[in-house]
Design a binder for this molecule. Structure first.
Ligand code: GSH
Length: 233
């Protein structure tokens, strides 16, 4: 049995859920209580205190990239990694770009811009029981702003963040011209990592505007959904 320890709101959680669905693997979900992480309640599942993590037959694996590698190793049917070494390398680089760069756009636009955060608040409330909605919103705005200021994106003017994101969407749109998948001839880790971040970005009105101008990305979202749905359990 596989147990997925998750924050439901996380783009990395979506990446893992879709990988499990693509491989046809049953799993159960444990929603992590955020306030219990610093005290160490989940330290055996994820020593970094970051989620998602999975436990499979007593083995804990944390970090979405490592989880997908583990799933491919233990359940090799329907591989997530392209077979050609060059495509596998490209998929790795795009996965890492989604996880480490696009991610900061969603934190900035969804979580540190007040006008976008309201749409996401109910889902965050699930992992923070008992925190009043106004307090929750302030906590998320403060935490996300501090993180993105440190990383750097949060210090850019908003117009520049939006035009950066438009450039990223333009790049994806061009990569998908005449192709079904970002890399190679079937779905890969690149598709799963990118779709998780895009869905988080769609909470932001600026993300929705970027998608409205990108027909190739729209068609690709439906294609990924058809073979790797975002099953909640
Ligand atoms: N590189 C990790 C990133 C996971 C991650 O940053 N998860 C966030 C939620 S989106 C988290 O657990 N944040 C809690 C924290 O940083 O303490 C992965 O791919 O799984």
């Amino acid at each position: 049995m596989i147990t997925l320890y998750q924050f439901a709101t996380s783009p990395f959680t979506e990446k893992v859920r879709r990988a499990l669905a693509y491989k046809g693997l049953a799993f159960e979900v444990h929603e992590v209580e955020r306030a219990a992480v610093p005290g160490g309640r989940y330290s055996e599942v994820s020593p970094t205190g970051k989620f998602p993590a999975i436990v499979h037959d007593g083995v804990s694996v944390w970090d979405s990239t490592d989880i997908l590698l583990y799933l491919d190793r233990i359940f090799p049917d329907r591989p997530l990694r392209p077979s050609s070494p060059r495509d596998a390398a490209l998929a790795h680089v795009i996965e890492d770009w989604a996880d480490e760069s696009l991610y900061f756009y969603e934190i900035t636009m969804r979580l540190s811009w007040s006008h976008n955060l309201d749409a996401a608040l109910d889902e965050f409330a699930v992992g923070m029981p008992g925190v009043p909605r106004d307090r929750l919103k302030d906590m998320i705005l403060e935490g996300a702003s501090a993180l993105t200021r440190t990383q750097g994106l949060g210090r850019k003017p908003r117009e520049q963040v939006v035009s950066d994101l438009d450039r990223h969407f333009d790049a994806l749109e061009a990569m998908l011209e005449g192709r079904d998948w970002l890399i190679g001839e079937s779905l890969s880790t690149a598709d799963l990592a990118v779709i998780g971040q895009i869905h988080a970005l769609l909470y932001a009105e600026e993300g929705r505007a970027a998608l409205a101008r990108a027909p190739n990305i729209q068609a690709w979202l439906a294609r990924v959904d058809a073979v790797a749905p975002n099953l909640t359990a």
